[in-house]
Design a protein around this ligand. Structure first.
Ligand SMILES: [Zn+2]
Length: 167
């Protein structure tokens, strides 16, 4: 499995490739060229599925479609600009076709993108692992539980200063 390792501040530390069947206690990070400790206690179930984060030990992980977000954004921007130009030239039909094509390309890429597992707490990502329906998708209530303390403090302070912003 390939781990994109984050620290507890969710800052990327590098990528480690490990064999989950041999469960090495340490792994080398690339490109940083230093080692990271891995905690395998109850991390993998009998079916070889990852059940907790081996980087920070968090018991809760979620599965996420590994969609290339930058590509998605570029696609939307390119399609929007092209369709506006076509519309301005009076080619409404082609303008619609461009938007439709962008949606179709977006869906095709989405369907063919693999899924990965992500730790709620440190946001380390796990690829090339067995993922099935027993792995839950992102859950807002659990995500809220692991919101970084620093970020929570800033947001709470903002809400105190702007009580009208409260729902
Ligand atoms: Zn973690």
């Amino acid at each position: 499995m390939r781990i994109s390792v984050n620290n507890l501040d969710r800052e990327p530390q590098g990528v480690a490739v490990v064999d989950e069947t041999s469960q090495p206690p340490r792994a080398r990070l690339r490109p940083a060229d230093r080692e990271v400790d891995l905690n395998w206690a109850n991390a993998v179930d009998e079916q070889g599925r990852l059940r907790r984060c081996v980087v920070c030990g968090c018991r809760e992980i979620f599965r996420r479609r590994d969609f290339p977000q930058r590509f998605g954004l570029m696609l939307v921007i390119a399609a929007a600009i092209t369709s506006v130009i076509l519309l301005a030239r009076g080619q409404a039909l082609w303008s619609m076709c461009v938007l439709l094509a962008a949606v179709v390309i977006d869906r095709i890429v989405y369907v063919f993108t693999k899924e990965c597992l992500v730790c709620y707490r440190c946001r380390s990502e796990f690829r090339d692992v067995a993922i099935d329906a027993s792995h839950e998708q992102w859950d807002l209530a659990i995500g809220e539980k692991y919101r970084p303390v620093r970020q929570r403090a800033v947001e709470d302070a903002n809400q105190t200063h702007h009580p009208e912003a409260m729902p």
